[in-house]
Design a protein around this ligand. Structure first.
Ligand code: SAH
Ligand code: SF4
Ligand code: F3S
Length: 447
Protein backbone atom coordinates (compact mmCIF):
# COMPACT_ATOMS: atom_id res chain seq x y z
CA UNK A 1 0.00 0.00 0.00
CA UNK A 2 1.36 3.38 -0.87
CA UNK A 3 1.02 6.09 1.67
CA UNK A 4 2.34 9.58 1.41
CA UNK A 5 2.32 12.66 3.57
CA UNK A 6 3.10 14.85 0.65
CA UNK A 7 0.87 17.87 0.48
CA UNK A 8 -1.12 18.53 -2.65
CA UNK A 9 -1.90 21.86 -4.31
CA UNK A 10 -4.48 22.46 -6.96
CA UNK A 11 -4.60 25.49 -9.24
CA UNK A 12 -7.21 26.68 -11.70
CA UNK A 13 -6.41 29.44 -14.16
CA UNK A 14 -8.77 31.94 -15.77
CA UNK A 15 -8.08 34.78 -18.18
CA UNK A 16 -5.20 35.40 -20.52
CA UNK A 17 -1.90 33.66 -21.24
CA UNK A 18 -0.18 35.98 -18.78
CA UNK A 19 -2.18 34.25 -16.09
CA UNK A 20 -1.21 30.83 -17.44
CA UNK A 21 2.41 31.87 -17.16
CA UNK A 22 1.90 33.25 -13.65
CA UNK A 23 0.25 30.01 -12.56
CA UNK A 24 3.38 28.21 -13.72
CA UNK A 25 5.44 30.53 -11.50
CA UNK A 26 3.16 29.79 -8.55
CA UNK A 27 3.42 26.06 -9.29
CA UNK A 28 7.18 26.34 -9.18
CA UNK A 29 7.07 28.02 -5.78
CA UNK A 30 4.60 25.47 -4.41
CA UNK A 31 6.79 22.62 -5.61
CA UNK A 32 9.81 24.19 -3.97
CA UNK A 33 7.79 24.27 -0.74
CA UNK A 34 7.26 20.52 -0.98
CA UNK A 35 3.78 20.50 -2.48
CA UNK A 36 2.82 18.27 -5.37
CA UNK A 37 0.41 19.29 -8.09
CA UNK A 38 -2.93 17.48 -8.02
CA UNK A 39 -5.81 17.48 -10.43
CA UNK A 40 -8.63 16.83 -7.95
CA UNK A 41 -9.45 19.84 -5.78
CA UNK A 42 -11.31 17.62 -3.30
CA UNK A 43 -8.03 15.99 -2.34
CA UNK A 44 -5.97 19.17 -2.17
CA UNK A 45 -4.43 20.86 0.87
CA UNK A 46 -4.23 24.17 -0.96
CA UNK A 47 -6.55 25.43 -3.67
CA UNK A 48 -5.70 28.44 -5.81
CA UNK A 49 -7.83 30.26 -8.33
CA UNK A 50 -5.83 32.54 -10.59
CA UNK A 51 -8.51 34.98 -11.67
CA UNK A 52 -9.41 37.44 -14.42
CA UNK A 53 -11.39 40.69 -14.37
CA UNK A 54 -11.46 41.56 -18.04
CA UNK A 55 -15.24 41.12 -18.42
CA UNK A 56 -18.07 40.73 -15.92
CA UNK A 57 -18.61 37.11 -16.90
CA UNK A 58 -15.05 36.16 -16.04
CA UNK A 59 -15.62 37.45 -12.51
CA UNK A 60 -18.98 35.72 -12.15
CA UNK A 61 -17.42 32.38 -13.05
CA UNK A 62 -14.89 32.70 -10.26
CA UNK A 63 -17.48 33.82 -7.69
CA UNK A 64 -19.51 30.71 -8.48
CA UNK A 65 -16.47 28.51 -8.35
CA UNK A 66 -15.52 29.84 -4.92
CA UNK A 67 -19.00 29.07 -3.58
CA UNK A 68 -18.25 25.42 -4.39
CA UNK A 69 -15.21 25.41 -2.15
CA UNK A 70 -17.04 26.65 0.92
CA UNK A 71 -18.18 23.18 2.01
CA UNK A 72 -14.67 21.78 1.64
CA UNK A 73 -13.41 24.37 4.04
CA UNK A 74 -16.11 23.39 6.56
CA UNK A 75 -15.00 19.78 6.35
CA UNK A 76 -11.34 20.60 6.53
CA UNK A 77 -10.54 23.90 8.28
CA UNK A 78 -6.83 23.61 7.54
CA UNK A 79 -7.49 23.71 3.80
CA UNK A 80 -5.93 26.80 2.28
CA UNK A 81 -8.02 28.69 -0.25
CA UNK A 82 -6.26 31.39 -2.22
CA UNK A 83 -7.50 33.89 -4.76
CA UNK A 84 -4.75 35.15 -7.04
CA UNK A 85 -4.54 37.40 -10.06
CA UNK A 86 -6.52 40.28 -11.44
CA UNK A 87 -9.72 39.82 -9.44
CA UNK A 88 -7.73 39.58 -6.25
CA UNK A 89 -6.34 42.94 -7.13
CA UNK A 90 -9.62 44.40 -8.18
CA UNK A 91 -12.15 42.95 -5.78
CA UNK A 92 -10.34 42.19 -2.56
CA UNK A 93 -12.86 43.98 -0.31
CA UNK A 94 -15.76 42.32 -2.02
CA UNK A 95 -14.20 38.88 -1.62
CA UNK A 96 -13.25 39.47 2.02
CA UNK A 97 -16.81 40.52 2.84
CA UNK A 98 -18.70 37.85 0.96
CA UNK A 99 -16.33 34.88 1.20
CA UNK A 100 -14.81 34.70 4.68
CA UNK A 101 -13.48 31.20 3.94
CA UNK A 102 -10.93 32.59 1.50
CA UNK A 103 -7.60 32.59 3.35
CA UNK A 104 -5.32 34.51 1.09
CA UNK A 105 -5.73 37.12 -1.60
CA UNK A 106 -2.67 37.91 -3.65
CA UNK A 107 -2.42 40.36 -6.55
CA UNK A 108 -0.27 39.66 -9.62
CA UNK A 109 2.83 41.27 -8.11
CA UNK A 110 2.70 39.45 -4.76
CA UNK A 111 3.38 35.80 -5.56
CA UNK A 112 6.86 35.84 -4.10
CA UNK A 113 5.29 35.96 -0.66
CA UNK A 114 3.79 32.47 -1.08
CA UNK A 115 6.64 30.42 0.46
CA UNK A 116 6.81 32.59 3.57
CA UNK A 117 3.09 32.53 3.85
CA UNK A 118 2.96 28.74 3.83
CA UNK A 119 5.71 28.56 6.42
CA UNK A 120 4.12 31.05 8.81
CA UNK A 121 0.68 29.64 8.45
CA UNK A 122 -1.02 28.38 11.56
CA UNK A 123 -4.50 26.93 11.75
CA UNK A 124 -5.75 30.09 13.36
CA UNK A 125 -4.36 32.26 10.63
CA UNK A 126 -6.11 35.48 9.83
CA UNK A 127 -6.76 36.44 6.27
CA UNK A 128 -3.76 37.54 4.39
CA UNK A 129 -4.12 40.12 1.71
CA UNK A 130 -1.30 41.47 -0.41
CA UNK A 131 -2.32 43.37 -3.48
CA UNK A 132 0.36 46.02 -3.61
CA UNK A 133 1.38 46.59 -7.20
CA UNK A 134 5.06 46.94 -7.80
CA UNK A 135 6.92 49.12 -10.24
CA UNK A 136 9.65 46.52 -10.39
CA UNK A 137 8.43 42.95 -9.89
CA UNK A 138 9.22 40.95 -13.03
CA UNK A 139 9.70 37.54 -11.35
CA UNK A 140 13.16 37.38 -12.76
CA UNK A 141 15.29 34.24 -12.28
CA UNK A 142 12.28 32.15 -11.28
CA UNK A 143 11.87 29.36 -13.75
CA UNK A 144 8.23 28.43 -14.16
CA UNK A 145 7.11 24.84 -13.69
CA UNK A 146 5.58 23.81 -16.98
CA UNK A 147 3.32 21.14 -18.24
CA UNK A 148 4.51 19.02 -21.06
CA UNK A 149 3.92 20.15 -24.58
CA UNK A 150 5.67 21.85 -27.43
CA UNK A 151 4.79 25.43 -26.60
CA UNK A 152 6.15 27.45 -23.77
CA UNK A 153 5.00 30.89 -22.64
CA UNK A 154 7.59 33.46 -21.70
CA UNK A 155 6.61 36.67 -20.00
CA UNK A 156 8.75 39.55 -21.30
CA UNK A 157 7.01 42.53 -19.77
CA UNK A 158 4.30 43.12 -17.22
CA UNK A 159 1.64 45.78 -16.77
CA UNK A 160 0.15 48.30 -19.16
CA UNK A 161 0.34 52.10 -19.38
CA UNK A 162 -2.03 52.58 -22.30
CA UNK A 163 -5.26 53.08 -20.33
CA UNK A 164 -7.80 52.24 -23.01
CA UNK A 165 -11.00 53.59 -21.48
CA UNK A 166 -12.79 50.20 -21.43
CA UNK A 167 -9.97 48.20 -19.89
CA UNK A 168 -9.27 47.09 -16.32
CA UNK A 169 -5.76 45.75 -16.99
CA UNK A 170 -3.80 48.93 -16.16
CA UNK A 171 -5.51 48.86 -12.75
CA UNK A 172 -5.08 45.15 -12.03
CA UNK A 173 -1.59 44.74 -13.44
CA UNK A 174 -0.06 48.12 -12.74
CA UNK A 175 2.69 49.93 -14.60
CA UNK A 176 4.65 48.66 -17.55
CA UNK A 177 8.04 47.09 -16.84
CA UNK A 178 10.29 44.92 -19.01
CA UNK A 179 12.47 41.97 -18.16
CA UNK A 180 16.16 42.14 -19.16
CA UNK A 181 16.99 40.50 -22.50
CA UNK A 182 19.61 38.17 -21.00
CA UNK A 183 17.18 36.76 -18.50
CA UNK A 184 14.59 36.06 -21.21
CA UNK A 185 17.24 34.42 -23.38
CA UNK A 186 18.29 32.24 -20.42
CA UNK A 187 14.75 31.11 -19.76
CA UNK A 188 14.29 30.18 -23.41
CA UNK A 189 17.57 28.25 -23.58
CA UNK A 190 16.43 26.38 -20.50
CA UNK A 191 13.10 25.70 -22.24
CA UNK A 192 14.88 24.31 -25.30
CA UNK A 193 16.80 21.94 -23.02
CA UNK A 194 13.51 20.83 -21.51
CA UNK A 195 12.26 19.95 -24.99
CA UNK A 196 10.09 22.90 -25.95
CA UNK A 197 10.30 24.00 -29.58
CA UNK A 198 7.82 26.85 -29.83
CA UNK A 199 8.04 29.94 -27.63
CA UNK A 200 5.46 32.68 -27.24
CA UNK A 201 6.65 35.99 -25.84
CA UNK A 202 3.93 37.43 -23.64
CA UNK A 203 2.91 40.86 -22.46
CA UNK A 204 -0.08 43.18 -22.57
CA UNK A 205 1.88 45.28 -25.08
CA UNK A 206 4.84 43.19 -26.11
CA UNK A 207 6.12 45.80 -28.52
CA UNK A 208 6.38 48.56 -25.96
CA UNK A 209 9.08 46.31 -24.48
CA UNK A 210 11.95 48.58 -23.51
CA UNK A 211 15.22 47.93 -21.68
CA UNK A 212 18.64 49.61 -21.64
CA UNK A 213 19.85 46.72 -23.83
CA UNK A 214 17.22 47.08 -26.48
CA UNK A 215 13.61 47.28 -27.46
CA UNK A 216 11.26 44.67 -28.91
CA UNK A 217 13.02 44.23 -32.30
CA UNK A 218 16.37 43.62 -30.58
CA UNK A 219 14.72 41.09 -28.29
CA UNK A 220 13.12 39.27 -31.24
CA UNK A 221 16.48 39.17 -32.96
CA UNK A 222 18.23 37.68 -29.92
CA UNK A 223 15.55 35.08 -29.23
CA UNK A 224 15.11 33.99 -32.85
CA UNK A 225 18.84 33.21 -33.09
CA UNK A 226 18.77 30.76 -30.17
CA UNK A 227 19.44 27.27 -31.46
CA UNK A 228 16.49 24.94 -31.06
CA UNK A 229 13.82 27.65 -31.26
CA UNK A 230 11.81 26.18 -34.13
CA UNK A 231 9.05 28.73 -33.79
CA UNK A 232 8.74 32.11 -32.18
CA UNK A 233 5.42 33.87 -31.53
CA UNK A 234 4.39 36.88 -29.48
CA UNK A 235 1.16 38.28 -28.10
CA UNK A 236 -0.13 40.97 -28.15
CA UNK A 237 1.47 43.87 -29.94
CA UNK A 238 -0.27 47.26 -29.90
CA UNK A 239 -0.81 48.81 -33.35
CA UNK A 240 0.73 52.07 -32.15
CA UNK A 241 4.07 50.41 -31.43
CA UNK A 242 4.50 48.34 -34.60
CA UNK A 243 7.46 49.84 -36.49
CA UNK A 244 9.55 49.02 -39.54
CA UNK A 245 12.35 47.62 -37.43
CA UNK A 246 10.02 45.05 -35.87
CA UNK A 247 8.69 44.00 -39.28
CA UNK A 248 12.22 43.83 -40.74
CA UNK A 249 13.35 41.48 -37.99
CA UNK A 250 10.21 39.38 -38.38
CA UNK A 251 10.71 39.00 -42.10
CA UNK A 252 14.39 38.18 -41.78
CA UNK A 253 13.91 35.04 -39.63
CA UNK A 254 12.18 31.89 -40.85
CA UNK A 255 11.41 30.79 -37.32
CA UNK A 256 9.46 33.94 -36.40
CA UNK A 257 5.91 33.09 -37.38
CA UNK A 258 4.33 35.19 -40.09
CA UNK A 259 1.48 36.14 -37.84
CA UNK A 260 0.57 39.38 -36.12
CA UNK A 261 -2.24 39.57 -33.58
CA UNK A 262 -3.27 43.18 -34.05
CA UNK A 263 -6.22 44.25 -31.87
CA UNK A 264 -8.52 46.59 -33.83
CA UNK A 265 -11.22 47.05 -31.12
CA UNK A 266 -13.33 49.28 -33.40
CA UNK A 267 -13.32 50.40 -37.02
CA UNK A 268 -14.80 53.81 -36.30
CA UNK A 269 -12.62 56.84 -35.58
CA UNK A 270 -14.90 58.52 -33.06
CA UNK A 271 -15.19 55.30 -31.06
CA UNK A 272 -11.47 54.60 -31.32
CA UNK A 273 -10.80 58.04 -29.92
CA UNK A 274 -13.29 57.51 -27.12
CA UNK A 275 -11.58 54.19 -26.39
CA UNK A 276 -8.24 56.03 -26.22
CA UNK A 277 -6.80 53.75 -28.92
CA UNK A 278 -4.27 56.20 -30.47
CA UNK A 279 -4.86 55.19 -34.17
CA UNK A 280 -7.52 55.83 -36.80
CA UNK A 281 -9.19 53.14 -38.88
CA UNK A 282 -7.23 54.34 -41.90
CA UNK A 283 -3.92 54.09 -40.06
CA UNK A 284 -4.88 50.57 -39.05
CA UNK A 285 -5.62 49.62 -42.67
CA UNK A 286 -2.31 51.11 -43.83
CA UNK A 287 -0.50 49.16 -41.12
CA UNK A 288 -2.20 45.90 -42.14
CA UNK A 289 -1.05 46.50 -45.75
CA UNK A 290 2.46 47.25 -44.63
CA UNK A 291 2.64 44.02 -42.64
CA UNK A 292 1.66 42.10 -45.78
CA UNK A 293 4.24 43.97 -47.85
CA UNK A 294 6.96 42.89 -45.47
CA UNK A 295 5.57 39.36 -45.17
CA UNK A 296 3.37 38.29 -48.07
CA UNK A 297 0.66 35.94 -46.84
CA UNK A 298 1.23 36.99 -43.23
CA UNK A 299 -1.80 36.21 -41.16
CA UNK A 300 -3.42 38.99 -39.19
CA UNK A 301 -5.74 38.23 -36.30
CA UNK A 302 -7.52 40.66 -34.02
CA UNK A 303 -9.72 41.52 -31.03
CA UNK A 304 -12.92 43.51 -31.50
CA UNK A 305 -15.39 45.01 -29.02
CA UNK A 306 -18.98 45.70 -30.09
CA UNK A 307 -21.43 47.96 -28.27
CA UNK A 308 -18.92 50.32 -26.72
CA UNK A 309 -20.85 53.17 -25.02
CA UNK A 310 -22.39 55.50 -27.59
CA UNK A 311 -21.65 53.23 -30.59
CA UNK A 312 -24.30 53.98 -33.25
CA UNK A 313 -25.50 51.58 -35.91
CA UNK A 314 -23.35 53.32 -38.55
CA UNK A 315 -20.31 53.30 -36.30
CA UNK A 316 -20.74 49.58 -35.74
CA UNK A 317 -20.99 49.08 -39.51
CA UNK A 318 -17.63 50.85 -39.88
CA UNK A 319 -16.21 48.02 -37.79
CA UNK A 320 -17.78 45.43 -40.07
CA UNK A 321 -16.27 47.20 -43.08
CA UNK A 322 -12.77 47.33 -41.65
CA UNK A 323 -13.04 43.65 -40.71
CA UNK A 324 -13.99 42.84 -44.31
CA UNK A 325 -11.28 45.04 -45.79
CA UNK A 326 -8.49 43.54 -43.71
CA UNK A 327 -9.93 40.05 -44.04
CA UNK A 328 -8.70 38.95 -40.64
CA UNK A 329 -7.66 35.32 -40.45
CA UNK A 330 -9.23 35.01 -37.03
CA UNK A 331 -10.78 37.27 -34.40
CA UNK A 332 -11.73 37.26 -30.74
CA UNK A 333 -14.98 39.20 -30.57
CA UNK A 334 -16.54 40.61 -27.42
CA UNK A 335 -19.59 42.51 -26.25
CA UNK A 336 -18.48 45.56 -24.31
CA UNK A 337 -18.60 44.84 -20.59
CA UNK A 338 -18.60 47.76 -18.21
CA UNK A 339 -15.72 47.55 -15.71
CA UNK A 340 -16.24 49.66 -12.58
CA UNK A 341 -13.37 52.09 -12.13
CA UNK A 342 -12.59 52.48 -15.82
CA UNK A 343 -13.38 55.71 -17.65
CA UNK A 344 -15.88 54.16 -20.06
CA UNK A 345 -17.96 52.69 -17.24
CA UNK A 346 -18.83 56.28 -16.33
CA UNK A 347 -20.17 57.08 -19.80
CA UNK A 348 -23.93 57.59 -19.68
CA UNK A 349 -24.73 56.23 -23.14
CA UNK A 350 -24.33 52.49 -22.45
CA UNK A 351 -25.76 50.19 -25.14
CA UNK A 352 -28.58 47.76 -24.26
CA UNK A 353 -27.66 44.07 -24.04
CA UNK A 354 -29.95 42.97 -26.94
CA UNK A 355 -28.29 45.42 -29.32
CA UNK A 356 -24.82 44.31 -28.25
CA UNK A 357 -25.84 40.69 -28.77
CA UNK A 358 -27.20 41.35 -32.30
CA UNK A 359 -24.07 43.29 -33.28
CA UNK A 360 -21.87 40.50 -31.97
CA UNK A 361 -23.75 37.94 -34.07
CA UNK A 362 -23.44 40.08 -37.20
CA UNK A 363 -19.73 40.54 -36.64
CA UNK A 364 -19.24 36.82 -36.05
CA UNK A 365 -20.92 36.11 -39.40
CA UNK A 366 -18.60 38.48 -41.22
CA UNK A 367 -15.57 37.04 -39.47
CA UNK A 368 -16.44 33.37 -40.04
CA UNK A 369 -16.68 34.25 -43.68
CA UNK A 370 -13.26 35.96 -43.54
CA UNK A 371 -11.67 32.94 -41.87
CA UNK A 372 -13.12 30.50 -44.33
CA UNK A 373 -12.03 32.62 -47.32
CA UNK A 374 -8.50 32.93 -45.96
CA UNK A 375 -8.34 29.21 -45.20
CA UNK A 376 -9.76 28.21 -48.60
CA UNK A 377 -7.03 30.27 -50.23
CA UNK A 378 -4.54 27.83 -48.68
CA UNK A 379 -6.08 24.76 -50.32
CA UNK A 380 -3.55 23.23 -52.71
CA UNK A 381 -0.61 24.95 -51.01
CA UNK A 382 2.09 23.23 -49.02
CA UNK A 383 2.81 24.95 -45.71
CA UNK A 384 4.82 24.36 -42.54
CA UNK A 385 2.92 22.78 -39.67
CA UNK A 386 4.17 22.05 -36.18
CA UNK A 387 2.89 18.68 -34.98
CA UNK A 388 1.36 19.44 -31.56
CA UNK A 389 -1.05 16.75 -30.37
CA UNK A 390 -3.43 14.00 -31.26
CA UNK A 391 -6.55 15.24 -33.00
CA UNK A 392 -9.60 15.32 -30.72
CA UNK A 393 -11.68 13.41 -33.22
CA UNK A 394 -9.39 10.53 -34.15
CA UNK A 395 -6.43 8.64 -32.72
CA UNK A 396 -5.21 8.12 -36.28
CA UNK A 397 -4.68 11.84 -36.85
CA UNK A 398 -2.48 14.66 -35.61
CA UNK A 399 -3.40 18.29 -35.03
CA UNK A 400 -0.83 20.99 -35.56
CA UNK A 401 -0.77 24.71 -36.23
CA UNK A 402 0.24 26.81 -39.20
CA UNK A 403 2.46 29.85 -38.79
CA UNK A 404 -0.78 31.83 -38.86
CA UNK A 405 -2.00 29.93 -35.79
CA UNK A 406 -4.72 27.92 -37.56
CA UNK A 407 -5.26 24.25 -36.68
CA UNK A 408 -4.56 21.64 -39.33
CA UNK A 409 -5.66 18.01 -39.00
CA UNK A 410 -3.82 15.27 -40.93
CA UNK A 411 -3.27 11.51 -40.90
CA UNK A 412 -0.47 10.18 -38.74
CA UNK A 413 2.66 8.85 -40.41
CA UNK A 414 6.14 8.50 -38.98
CA UNK A 415 6.37 12.11 -37.78
CA UNK A 416 6.22 12.90 -34.04
CA UNK A 417 5.01 15.68 -31.80
CA UNK A 418 7.39 18.64 -32.04
CA UNK A 419 8.31 18.04 -35.69
CA UNK A 420 7.96 20.87 -38.16
CA UNK A 421 6.67 19.30 -41.35
CA UNK A 422 5.36 20.21 -44.81
CA UNK A 423 1.63 19.71 -45.09
CA UNK A 424 -0.33 20.05 -48.30
CA UNK A 425 -3.69 21.63 -47.50
CA UNK A 426 -6.59 19.77 -49.09
CA UNK A 427 -9.68 21.20 -47.44
CA UNK A 428 -10.94 24.01 -45.20
CA UNK A 429 -14.06 23.60 -43.08
CA UNK A 430 -15.28 25.86 -40.28
CA UNK A 431 -12.10 27.26 -38.75
CA UNK A 432 -10.04 24.10 -39.34
CA UNK A 433 -7.75 23.03 -42.17
CA UNK A 434 -7.19 19.46 -43.39
CA UNK A 435 -4.14 18.19 -45.22
CA UNK A 436 -1.46 15.53 -45.74
CA UNK A 437 2.18 15.36 -44.80
CA UNK A 438 3.87 15.58 -48.20
CA UNK A 439 6.91 13.66 -46.94
CA UNK A 440 4.83 11.07 -45.21
CA UNK A 441 6.57 7.74 -44.82
CA UNK A 442 4.27 4.81 -44.85
CA UNK A 443 5.06 1.95 -42.58
CA UNK A 444 5.19 -1.29 -44.56
CA UNK A 445 4.78 -4.62 -42.94
CA UNK A 446 7.58 -6.94 -43.93
CA UNK A 447 6.43 -10.50 -44.33
N1 SAH B 1 -3.32 44.37 -24.35
C1 SAH B 1 -4.10 43.79 -25.36
C2 SAH B 1 -5.46 43.32 -24.91
C3 SAH B 1 -5.64 42.59 -23.65
S1 SAH B 1 -7.28 42.27 -23.15
C4 SAH B 1 -4.30 44.85 -26.41
O1 SAH B 1 -4.31 46.02 -26.16
O2 SAH B 1 -4.53 44.48 -27.50
C5 SAH B 1 -7.87 41.26 -24.48
C6 SAH B 1 -9.06 41.81 -25.18
O3 SAH B 1 -10.18 41.84 -24.32
C7 SAH B 1 -8.94 43.23 -25.65
O4 SAH B 1 -8.21 43.33 -26.83
C8 SAH B 1 -10.37 43.64 -25.83
O5 SAH B 1 -10.82 43.34 -27.12
C9 SAH B 1 -11.09 42.79 -24.81
N2 SAH B 1 -11.57 43.61 -23.70
C10 SAH B 1 -10.85 44.33 -22.82
N3 SAH B 1 -11.66 44.99 -21.97
C11 SAH B 1 -12.93 44.69 -22.33
C12 SAH B 1 -14.21 45.08 -21.84
N4 SAH B 1 -14.35 45.93 -20.84
N5 SAH B 1 -15.31 44.59 -22.46
C13 SAH B 1 -15.18 43.73 -23.51
N6 SAH B 1 -14.00 43.34 -24.00
C14 SAH B 1 -12.88 43.82 -23.42
FE1 SF4 C 1 -6.06 47.07 -21.93
FE2 SF4 C 1 -5.51 48.84 -23.78
FE3 SF4 C 1 -3.60 48.03 -22.13
FE4 SF4 C 1 -4.53 46.39 -23.97
S1 SF4 C 1 -3.44 48.30 -24.34
S2 SF4 C 1 -4.18 45.91 -21.84
S3 SF4 C 1 -6.66 46.93 -24.08
S4 SF4 C 1 -5.41 49.21 -21.59
FE1 F3S D 1 -7.76 38.93 -17.33
FE2 F3S D 1 -5.87 40.02 -15.97
FE3 F3S D 1 -5.32 38.78 -18.21
S1 F3S D 1 -7.87 40.85 -16.29
S2 F3S D 1 -7.14 39.05 -19.40
S3 F3S D 1 -6.11 37.87 -16.41
S4 F3S D 1 -4.31 40.58 -17.42
Amino acid sequence: MTHTNEKIYYIETYGCQMNVYDSELVSKMMEECGYKKGDDYRKADAIFLNTCSIREKAEETVHNRLENFQYLKKKNPSLLIGVLGCMAQNLKDDILDSKPYVDIILGPDSYRSIPKLLKDRTNKMNHLVDTKLSKYEIYDELFPSRNEGVNSWVSIMRGCDKFCTFCIVPFTRGRERSRPIDSIVNEIKHGVEEGFVEFTLLGQNVNSYNTPDGKFPELLDRVASIEGVKRLRFSSPHPQDVDDHMLEVMSSYDNICNHVHLPLQSGNDRILKRMNRSYTSNEFLILADKIKQYMPGCSITTDVIVGFPGETEEEFEDTLNVAKKVGFNFAFMFKYSSRPGTKASGYTDQIPEEIKQKRLERLIDVQLDNTLKQNKALVGKTIKVLVEKESKKSKEQWAGRTEGNMWVVFDKGSESVGDLIDVKIEDARGVTLFGINVNREYKYEVA
